[in-house]
Design a protein around this ligand. Structure first.
Ligand code: UDP
Length: 503
């Protein structure tokens, strides 16, 4: 970021006077700004982080910068988080209009400008911001914060395996002229000739979503490339993972970003602390109404018999893909609980879904063995004894939620970090099957059977082991517990020196 900014760490803090803070001689109350990307996954992660930070025995001022449309959907936030101040801003998209992937670059651009403009508001006494924790996508806001003397910690809510691939492999691929991919190349081949790639089992098709572009000037591609170039310049990085899951990759990341806080799985961490503090369970952070009738349906199913199907909050499906999944699921003979959110199928009105041309036997199979909802209480569903597998788009939150519950996965990734995650699920952690780039009813049928019956025991054994390690990481003294403690201590003392002429 800015070479004239100097991070004052806890031990240095005792010796130095701050420069650039107008009221340096007054005691400084640690004041954290939290800036999530206003999408379901990141919002969920940042709210869990807000919860964990608000449990600190020393008082931290926490301000949550919340998009207006999120705030409108989660009106109970102020009562659920009494120690957090919520400050609202526009994301540049009107009202309830869907936040589709095509709108992301414009939305992020708008947010960067809007938050950067408003940052000075948060520098005012009596509690000027002393730390900004921002989604890793907000690098321009991070630069502006450093100019104002606010240290920045990025919370990258993407999977660390994708962060790692994006920091270490993607820049080299650009330098070696390997991006965009040559037309007609075999994406199933291992990535070769790139330093660092040989140690991985990644194929070309497993690389982060931006590698699939054929236009390197695309604004979204440029945004992502900038994000990963700038990431190492921050004063710290929070990752939603636990050390036992992703070493030795985390060791490599530490070479680039030495100050990593691996505090995940954050939803389990938050849940564990709630239990310890005998707090009431924090109610849902869902941006959509959860249909709890599926829990009653699950209660009536045999243990481990149901495959839960969800493609997260953003991934669109074509009508063909929906049909292939439907046939595959019904033909597998397996019980299934399927989330079909409104607007999930591109260019299809809700009313049309009802009149989809599917044969009677598929409708009957669905009535007999299936249950469809628009939005589910996913953490609870995955923890339900009836659920034995998860057909997922491999979003990072969904993946961690599945790992925590020891549920094996059938992965159908769509882009972004999902392409890397599904490879790790299938080939590194070996807790499921990567069905990447295939959407065929016959393949789906066979893979569902493989997941739920054929290879069930081997997947479950490994998934349960990871689940146990996740639990240990967030327990007192565990790696994630310690990382959170260090984060809170650092937040209390983090300061940047900036030249006086900046004020
Ligand atoms: N989710 C949910 N109910 C659903 C589907 C998804 O609560 O019916 C939650 C899920 O628990 C996860 C988030 O939505 O926390 C999705 O995040 P993820 O990173 O998996 O995917 P994204 O939506 O960002 O693609």
């Amino acid at each position: 970021m800015h070479s004239n900014c100097l991070l004052i760490t806890p031990h240095k803090q005792k010796e130095r006077k701050m420069v650039g803070q107008r009221e340096a001689e007054q005691p400084i109350i640690p004041s954290v700004l939290l800036l999530p990307l206003p999408l379901q996954g990141p919002i969920n992660c940042f709210l869990k982080l807000a919860h964990l930070l608000s449990l600190s025995s020393d008082h931290l001022n926490i301000t949550f910068l919340n998009a207006e449309f999120v705030h409108q959907r989660l009106l109970d936030l102020p009562s659920r988080f009494p120690h957090v101040k919520f400050s609202q801003f526009s994301d540049g998209i009107s009202g309830d209009e869907p936040r589709t992937p095509a709108k992301f670059p414009a939305m992020v651009g708008f947010l960067q400008a809007e938050i950067s403009r408003r940052l000075p508001e948060f520098m005012e006494s009596p509690a000027p911001a002393t730390c900004l924790i921002a989604d890793g996508v907000f690098t321009s806001v991070g630069e502006r914060a450093n100019e104002l003397g606010i240290p920045v910690v990025y919370f990258s809510t993407l999977s660390p395996c994708c962060v790692w691939a994006s920091c270490f492999l993607v820049p080299k691929l650009v330098d070696y002229g390997e991006l965009p991919f040559k037309k007609g190349m075999d994406l199933d081949e291992p990535v070769s000739d790139i330093p660092g790639a040989a140690d991985t089992s990644l194929r070309w098709c497993d690389l982060p979503g931006i590698c699939r572009t054929y236009d390197m000037t695309d604004p979204y591609v440029q945004l992502v490339l900038k994000e990963f170039r700038e990431l190492p310049n921050a004063q710290g990085h929070i990752l939603n993972t636990f050390d036992d899951l992703e070493e030795p990759l985390l060791s490599e990341l530490r070479l680039l970003c030495p100050n990593l806080y691996t505090i995940g799985p954050i939803h389990l961490h938050s849940r564990t602390r709630q239990q310890l503090e005998s707090e009431q369970r924090i109610t849902s952070n869902s941006l959509w109404q959860e249909d709890r009738s599926c829990i009653a349906w699950l209660d009536a199913q045999p243990s481990g018999s149901v495959i839960y199907v969800s493609f997260g909050s953003v991934v669109p499906l074509t009508m063909d893909q929906l049909t292939e999944f439907w046939y595959g699921l019904v033909n597998s003979g397996t019980r299934f609980l399927w989330v079909r959110r409104s607007g999930m199928v591109v260019e299809m009105e809700e009313s049309e879904e009802i009149s989809l041309q599917v044969p009677t036997e598929i409708l009957e199979g669905t009535r007999d063995r299936g249950f469809i909802v628009k939005w589910a209480p996913q953490e609870e569903v995955l923890a339900h004894r009836a659920v034995g597998g998860f057909l997922t788009h491999s979003g990072w939150n969904s993946t961690l939620e599945s790992i925590v519950e020891g549920v094996p996965m059938l992965c159908w990734p769509n882009g972004i970090d999902q392409l890397v995650i599904s490879r790790f699920v299938g080939d590194v952690w070996k807790i499921g099957i990567d069905m990447k780039d295939i959407c065929d009813r016959g393949v789906i049928e066979h893979m569902v059977i493989d997941l739920m019956k054929g290879r069930k025991d081997e997947f479950s054994r490994r998934a349960n082991r990871l689940s146990k390690l996740a639990g240990e990481a967030v327990r007192e003294g565990g790696s994630s517990w310690r990382a959170l403690h260090r984060l809170i201590e650092d937040i209390k003392f983090m300061r940047l020196e900036v030249p006086k002429d900046k004020f």
